[in-house]
Design a protein around this ligand. Structure first.
Ligand code: ATP
Length: 360
């Protein structure tokens, strides 16, 4: 049988973990699919690591179940689960070569030497370590050491590989490279990866799906594009990417903002006019003009407060007519980018299609 992407490997059923009076993970329902790259994202202390440790078997939940292929494995010891956890500090054995570091776990399992050698060769190749097989860890770069740790986790062919902040020890540039490499590797080995990260950009780049956690609960779960374009709450809108938010009162066709008037956007049928609401718009969806725009439904005037040069684009910080600040991203290729300077009078305009109205 060929496995499609919709086959569930692990299901978390109302998983809960308390430490004293503190609920670290609170009724989490999630599923991880065959061959999926899944990211658990959220601020420090939201329960990501505790959740991962329950999947690996290092913590026993107070409530709920961990199901693997539909079977309850909640009480199973870590070494009896086809799940491997790669720790934040992936200590390699310093006196052993790369090859030995990778083969050690399988040797302990008593696998015969022919099978062992062929598995090690195969793993060295997929992780692109064949030429470094004879080196010791202190003769490797940070990124190479990271690959050895991955190879060591992958050689046991787990059904699911759990990775806790796998790239946190690397510098920014190397992180970017390793994000793509992790993704390639996951694709190549076809094992489900569940990665814990607090870095939203990293989650967006690598993951097929993301669960954003807050205070022990999953605030929203979906594809990166869904979380970015359709955040269900202000927390999600602000955690993922940059977002402009305007607080006010809901009307039938938008949000009435103090000092700015009505900003339009699609209002959900079940929302009630008059309730508190936030209108959110991404910086790249706003157009800047130096004369009042025609035919745009949302338009606010303001002055350039600050310009931040990022190479490919310009971050324009605008002081709006009510004193609030907005961020607009202008492509460096846009002719207007060169004509802006501090205090330039401008208009910010966007289509109501790009407004998100949030009531929680
Ligand atoms: P970080 O990104 O900082 O690692 P996290 O999202 O992984 O954070 P957890 O490590 O799962 O968060 O911790 C969730 C909450 O549970 C935190 O408030 C933490 O202090 C608490 N906690 C975790 N482990 C224990 C423990 N063994 N005993 C008591 N409290 C704990």
């Amino acid at each position: 049988m060929t496995m499609g992407v919709s086959d569930t490997v692990i299901r978390l059923d109302h998983l809960t973990k308390r430490f004293g009076s503190m609920t670290a993970v609170d009724g989490v329902e999630l599923d991880f699919q065959e061959n999926e790259f899944f990211a658990l994202l959220g601020p420090s202390g939201c329960g990501k690591t505790t959740l991962l440790r329950m999947i690996a078997g290092f913590e026993i939940p107070d409530e709920g179940k961990v199901l693997l292929d539909g079977n309850d494995i909640t009480q199973l010891r870590p070494n009896r689960r086809p799940v491997n956890l790669m720790f934040q500090s992936y200590a390699l054995f310093p006196h052993m070569t790369v090859r030995k570091n990778i083969s050690y776990g399988l040797e302990m399992d008593g696998i015969n030497s022919v099978a062992l050698n062929s598995r090690v060769d195969e793993t060295l190749e997929t992780t692109q370590l064949d030429e470094l097989a004879g080196r010791k860890p202190d003769q490797l770069s940070g990124g190479q050491r990271q690959r050895v740790a991955l190879a060591r986790a992958l050689i046991k062919r787990p059904r699911v590989l759990l990775l806790d902040e796998p790239l946190s020890a690397l510098d920014k540039k190397l992180r970017g490279q390793m994000q793509l490499e992790l993704k390639r590797l996951q694709h190549e080995v076809g094992i489900t990866f569940v990665v814990v990260t607090h870095d939203q950009e990293e989650a967006l780049v690598m993951a097929d799906r993301i669960a954003l956690m807050r205070d022990g609960v999953v605030e929203q779960c979906g594809k990166p594009h869904d979380l970015y374009e359709n955040p269900g709450s202000r927390f999600v809108a602000e955690f993922i990417g940059a977002m402009n938010t305007f607080d006010g009162k809901l009307t039938d066709n938008g949000v009435e903002i103090n000092g700015l008037g009505l900003l339009r956007g699609a209002v959900e049928n079940n929302s009630q006019a008059g309730m508190n609401a936030t209108l959110a718009v991404r910086p790249e969806r706003i157009k800047i003009t130096k004369t009042p725009p025609m035919g745009e439904d949302n338009s606010i005037s303001g002055k350039v407060d600050d310009l931040a040069y990022h190479g490919q684009d310009l971050g324009v910080h605008v002081r709006l007519e009510n004193g609030a600040m907005a961020l607009v991203r202008v492509s460096a290729a846009d002719p207007i980018a060169e004509s802006l300077s501090d205090n330039t009078k401008i208009w910010c305009a966007w289509s109501p299609r790009h407004s998100r109205i949030l009531t929680s």
